[in-house]
Write a protein of this length. Sequence first.
Length: 258
Amino acid sequence: MPVLSPPSPPSPPRLLILGGTGEAAALAREAVARFGDRLRVTSSLAGRTKQPSPLAGDLRVGGFGGAAGLARYLADTGVAMVIDATHPFAATMSRHGREACDEAHVPRLTLTRPAWRRRAGDDWILVEDAAGAARALAAQGGRAFITIGVQDLGPFENLPGARCLVRLIETPGRSLPFDLVTGRGPFTVAAEMRLLAERNIELLITKASGGAATRAKITAARRLGLPVIMIRRPPLEPGPKARTIAAALEWIGVTISK
């Protein structure tokens, strides 16, 4: 009689992390450490940064082709669960994630980042978008330190009389009409205060991203008495949410056991 080979063990369920943030990287690291061979972790990055930081687990770089493309990817690769740990302002990606998971019937969790809370001495001018921030800068005047990412700089590029210092993670692939400085957070309050003072900054323009990694610039502005033009967060997509990595790991464990 022929000798039958033992059946192959089932493949572990696949977790797709929609990432690009420090929280997403930490989640991937903790998920790999906790679940080991019981879970295959894949992080997805948009690919805007040429040299992303190393990540635990597998890595996928590039767009999916909208919600329909992401739904096909989920089905083709057998993704069992999705955690949206994108930047709070990655509204389009979050919407595509929700639509794709709904279509593919894949459980989805959003890992939310704690919002910044206004403290005594904060001088915040809240606006809805980058265009509103540019209008506020035109009305306010002064040399601005802008930390909103290269994708949203358009409204500032032709602003008459604008004097801006822009910080980006890496040097952009096109010429910009601003003074530039590059750096990847987290930053210290002392370093941010030194930068603001040395560059003669009179106001800060940023997004209400929240979290600890870039809070230092808000603290530095408050201590130096500088106003902050702050772009409001877009609303979160509906669905289950976790405020901490620990809660997200618990959700993964429950989902695996189902």
